[in-house]
Design a protein around this ligand. Structure first.
Ligand code: URA
Length: 486
């Protein structure tokens, strides 16, 4: 502790007890204001009693706001503020005292205190932070909205977080479900989104939220469909999806049955494995010859493409983008409005959703090559707008040499097809996306799989279906995250 810190500690022994209050008691900004005032008044941690902390008696304590400031505000750095933001939401009644001790030491002469992981206060604060982050992660994964009876456009979810994280997590739901009206009820507090602004109100009860609706059936169908008995790991499943959340999850009712049946289903799969496939597997695309001049030569040639009529109304050819040594190529369908205007693939709404899915899996977009099966935007003018139209088979065929030459020049180790058009351009027209998505296939010189297109996820109007579609996309892309290539 610095000389200045000692002065205040010595000084503090003569101080009466001081009481501080944080309202609402999970608000890191409110804690920050109180802590700043206490620091400025020179109130040492052992003299400061936080309301709600059972360790401290408040009788006779002076109110913090009665003390005049005696020194400048503390400097603590962004890492501490982020830690404090999470810890403030924890239910530990001593969280504010713990944070103030840390602040006192950091600002009083130990600016790198948080690097000392074995320090008891740092260790404790990190534990609380981790618990809150984990709780927020669970809330994002396990909140299930249900339609308000009689109002097809409003949704309510009931959730019981372990900590007071609603204010922290609600903006995530506002971003994800921005187009609908919803409420999330928790025992402490409720959050409301009217399509424009977030508001908060008192807590609710489970009975305030609708019990069941048609979307639950949809969730159950989806979950039963994606459940892979061969990958069943009950221990990991309980860790990821703790049983306390099961009562809010429509799919949870299926779990006991699916788990019971997993063994026999895996045995049946194993017995079936040697059988000849029932469906004809389309022949893989022959490996094209890599053009002289590499990717830049292909890009330059594609710029002047007139192989189909799409070039004319479009602004430009949107060629692939990424590092020339990318080991993974993602192939989409065709550029959209924003891609056509900027000349870059996947920069519009579908691209943003893809970015989110990649980020969730820890995959850096900058390391991937992103391209499309068709390199001109196909649209229909409607007033000032240009409405996306799916490319036809003739457009895909006309563009195929560009895709082939592009991949031949890049030589990726993995190709991921986003959506049926891309998958059929790469695997052949017999490819059936919904039956074969998320499964590795061999291409000449590379491995490949297909998943749904992010734009298809965005087109799901029902929020639960959209959420399920997004979860499916992330699940398929996990195959990519599991390679050592990204
Ligand atoms: N959809 C695609 O398939 N590609 C893009 O580049 C953008 C949206």
């Amino acid at each position: 502790m610095s000389a200045a810190g000692d002065l205040f500690v010595a000084d503090a022994r003569a101080q009466p007890l001081v009481r501080a209050e944080v309202v609402p008691p999970w608000d890191a900004d409110a804690w920050r204001d109180a802590a700043r005032a206490a620091w400025r008044a020179g109130v040492a941690p052992e003299r400061l009693i936080w309301e709600g902390d059972p360790q401290g008696g408040l009788i006779g304590a002076t109110a913090l706001d009665a003390l005049p400031p005696r020194r400048p505000a503390p400097r603590v750095g962004a890492e501490f503020l982020s830690l404090a933001g999470a810890v403030a939401c924890h239910r530990d009644p001593q969280r504010f005292a713990l944070l103030y001790r840390l602040l006192w030491r950091i600002a009083g002469g130990a600016p790198r205190l948080l690097e000392r992981a074995t320090d008891p206060d740092v260790h404790r604060a990190r534990l609380l932070e981790k618990a809150v982050r984990r709780d927020a992660h669970k809330m994002k994964a396990f909140v299930r909205f249900r339609e308000v009876p009689g109002d097809g456009e409003a949704y309510i979810a009931w959730f019981e977080p372990a900590h007071r994280i609603l204010d922290r997590v609600a903006p995530f739901f506002a971003r994800r479900f921005s187009g609908m009206r919803w409420a999330i009820l928790t025992p402490d507090r409720s959050a409301f989104w009217d399509g424009r602004a977030l508001a908060f109100g008192p807590g609710g009860t489970r009975a305030d939220a609708p019990a069941d609706d048609a979307q639950d059936a949809l969730w159950r169908t989806y979950y039963a469909h994606i459940f892979n008995p061969a990958r069943l790991n009950p221990q990991a499943m309980r860790a990821e999806m703790p049983q306390k959340y099961w009562k809010g999850l429509p799919e949870a009712a299926l779990l006991p049955v699916l788990m019971r049946e997993a063994g026999p289903r895996v045995r049946e799969m194993a017995e079936r494995a040697p059988e000849a496939p029932r469906r004809r597997i389309p022949a893989p695309v022959p490996a094209p010859v890599a053009p002289a001049g590499g990717l830049e030569a292909v890009r330059a040639a594609a710029e002047g493409c007139r192989r189909c009529p799409l070039w004319e109304p479009a602004t430009r050819t949107v060629f692939g983008e990424g590092p020339a040594d990318a080991r993974v190529a993602l192939v989409g369908e065709q550029p959209g409005d924003e891609e056509d205007l900027t000349g870059r693939p996947f920069v519009g709404p579908a691209g943003r959703l893809l970015d989110r899915a990649l980020a969730e899996l820890g995959i850096a977009r900058e390391r991937l090559w992103l391209t499309n099966a068709v390199k001109h935007f196909r649209f229909e003018p409607r007033g000032k707008r240009r409405l996306h139209r799916n490319p036809e088979a003739t457009h895909v065929r006309a563009c195929r040499p560009w895709l082939q030459q592009e991949l031949a020049a890049l030589q990726p180790r993995v190709v991921v097809c986003l959506g049926a058009t891309a998958a059929q351009a790469v695997f052949g027209s017999g490819f059936r996306l919904m039956a074969e998505r998320g499964r590795w296939r061999e291409l000449e010189g590379a491995r490949a799989f297909a998943t749904v297109h992010p734009a298809w996820v965005l087109r799901q109007r029902d929020p639960a279906a959209r959420e399920a579609a997004y979860a499916g996309l992330v699940d398929d892309l996990r195959l990519l995250a599991e390679t050592s290539l990204v």
